[in-house]
Design a protein around this ligand. Structure first.
Ligand code: URA
Length: 262
């Protein structure tokens, strides 16, 4: 291939978010499949192209995917069953581009459920939410009020798969993921929900308010007290806001004591 074409191809890969090598074996992702699937091939807008793995799952339309997600989520009777349902669900194209599922970490029996929006590169590698530098800061923040993953906090994300290039999830990807996270919350049945970052807060609280208006108070998620913390990544970029985050953590600690959950 000519140098100019090769450079163009590499740029195209970078633009669609294929910015990491996932294996040593060469793969021809431009190969046209020999057979066209019999099922509907109406793809979610978010799915730029079908990434073929060893055994590609059938592609289904976004509406069908949302219905199937809702049915699978409702059928899951335990957190372990829900994890298996998410892992086996093929209605979200993100599954094919992510390395592995990011489902939850910590104690699922805990009274406190911490929820972020979507896994990033570190989480995709580790298979657990808040795994990198963001996770270390989050752990320190929670630790400051006596909360640890090994003991009394459970952490998850709204999307369970990394988006290509860590782009913001599309509305369809969020809508397809919502039945799973809603069921996840029902099954864990926490006494308190802590949403990390504006994106997670807006999605689960169905709010258009900026995080500066959502943080620092108690909100309601389906009858459970919920509050919002600044995302650790934002705090690392804006250290002046750490004081505000500390106030938010103290508010959480006071509520946990009030609820007898600490
Ligand atoms: N934000 C992060 O940095 N990590 C997660 O796992 C979720 C949201």
């Amino acid at each position: 291939m000519e140098h100019a074409h090769l450079a163009e191809l590499l740029q195209w890969y970078a633009d669609v978010g294929a910015d990491e090598a996932t294996g040593d074996a060469e793969q021809n992702r431009l190969r046209v499949p020999e057979k066209t699937p019999e099922k509907s091939t109406i793809l979610p807008i978010s799915q730029v192209r079908k990434m073929d793995k060893a055994e590609p799952a059938p592609v289904i339309g976004a509406i069908e995917a949302m219905k199937e997600a809702a049915a699978l989520a409702a059928a899951a009777k335990t957190v372990a069953e829900l994890r298996a349902a998410v892992e086996n669900f093929s209605g979200l194209a993100l599954k094919r581009t992510a390395t592995q599922i990011v489902f939850g970490d910590g104690n699922p029996e805990s009274r406190i459920m911490v929820i972020g929006d979507a896994p990033g590169t570190d989480e995709d590698r580790a298979g657990i939410p808040f795994a990198g530098a963001n996770g270390q800061l989050l752990d320190k923040m929670l630790g400051a009020i006596g909360l640890t993953r090994s003991e009394n906090v459970y952490i998850t994300t709204i999307l369970n798969w990394r988006t290509p290039g860590n782009r913001a999830p599309s509305k369809e990807e969020i809508d397809i993921s919502l039945p799973f996270i809603r069921r996840h919350i029902e099954l864990v049945s926490p006494a308190m929900i802590v949403l990390v970052g504006g994106a997670a807060a807006k999605i689960l609280l169905e709010s258009k308010e900026p995080i500066s208006r959502l943080r620092g108070k108690w909100l309601d998620y389906a009858g459970t007290p919920a509050t919002v913390l600044y995302h650790p990544e934002y705090l690392m970029q804006s250290p002046a806001q750490k004081k505000t985050a500390w106030e938010d953590l103290q508010m959480i600690e006071a509520k946990l004591k009030e609820l007898g959950a600490l």
